[in-house]
Design a protein around this ligand. Structure first.
Ligand SMILES: C[S@@+](CC[C@H](N)C(=O)[O-])C[C@H]1O[C@@H](n2cnc3c(N)ncnc32)[C@H](O)[C@@H]1O
Length: 277
């Protein structure tokens, strides 16, 4: 018997057990992706589920119920002005990270800038900036070749011409190269309880974990960036709110100037920017 999508979604929500991840909205996104239709069309009574689609839908639901992030199941995630392709080799781009893109665009109007997105993953930061600022020279680097394949896929998908570099943080770059150096590095400490929540255990550990304090990568990037930023160039670092104070102190010790915090939509200190002296 054929079933409407609407009926299937209602029934699935009604029968989902307590503690399961599935939400009606997740199901709607899955259905749109599966059937290749817009959300506004979803509830038309003419949209029915063929048997083969139902089998695929059920498999998506099983994955979500095991806690896998919706973005991996759909294969995409909206970030700033782009639909970014993702898989389990890259971190799912987060809305918190968009505040960095926003701050950069608000504060830098120069026509030509050399910009590095360090630890680019899917390419979310670098590609969003390139999309908005076509003349900027954008470099996207990562230690993970698998992640860079995803960055490349996204650059081709959106027809954005960026430089891709595989290296350990800044070791492939010349001194004095960048006007802006932006990074959302791994900043969760080993064994942190948060690693067991919100689907984080499906994401690559190398994209999340930074040693026993969580600060190791932030400190390394801050130290190395002094040499690789141009004079008066800016460093942007995303971090967790509880790392804000220590990171600010560290940047002061490194003699960065004009240090300021950037707040996320929850009002938490989520990123910091600082100017090379
Ligand atoms: C938190 S993810 C950020 C991904 C992306 N920039 C974003 O905001 O969605 C951190 C990224 O840093 C990369 N990474 C980890 N260690 C690195 C290293 N030593 N050198 C370069 N990249 C590294 C990871 O592979 C991962 O893609």
């Amino acid at each position: 018997m054929t079933q409407t999508v609407q009926g299937f979604i209602k029934k699935t929500v009604a029968f989902s057990e307590r503690g399961e991840y599935i939400k009606a909205l997740d199901l709607e996104f899955m259905a749109c992706s599966l059937l290749g239709i817009e959300r506004s069309k979803l509830f038309s009574s003419s949209i029915t589920l063929e048997k083969k689609d139902k089998t695929k839908f059920l498999s998506m639901i099983r994955r979500r119920n095991k806690g896998e992030p919706l973005a991996y199941i759909l294969g995409t995630k909206g970030f700033w002005n782009l639909d970014i392709e993702v898989n389990n080799k890259v971190l799912v781009p987060r809305p918190e990270t968009e505040i960095i893109v926003e701050d950069v665009l608000l504060n830098f109007n120069q026509k030509y800038l050399n910009v590095l997105d360090l630890g680019t993953g899917s390419g979310a930061i670098g590609l969003s900036l390139k999309k908005e600022k076509k003349e900027w020279n954008v470099y996207c680097s990562d230690l993970s070749e698998d992640a860079l394949e995803v960055t490349q896929l996204n650059s081709l998908k959106h027809n954005l011409n960026i430089h891709l570099i595989c290296c350990n943080w800044l070791n492939a770059f010349k001194p004095n190269s960048f006007d802006l150096l932006i990074s959302n590095p791994p900043y969760v400490k080993e064994g942190d309880i948060r690693l067991h929540s919100d689907g984080l255990n499906f994401e690559p550990p190398n994209a999340l974990i930074s040693g026993i304090t969580g600060m190791e990568h932030l400190f390394s990037i801050a130290s190395f960036s002094k040499r690789h930023l141009k004079k008066r160039g800016y460093l942007y670092l995303e971090h967790s709110p509880d790392q804000a104070k220590e990171l600010k102190l560290f940047l002061k010790e490194l003699n960065f100037k004009n240090i300021s915090e950037i707040f996320d939509l929850n009002g938490d200190k989520r990123a910091i920017k600082a100017q090379n002296s």
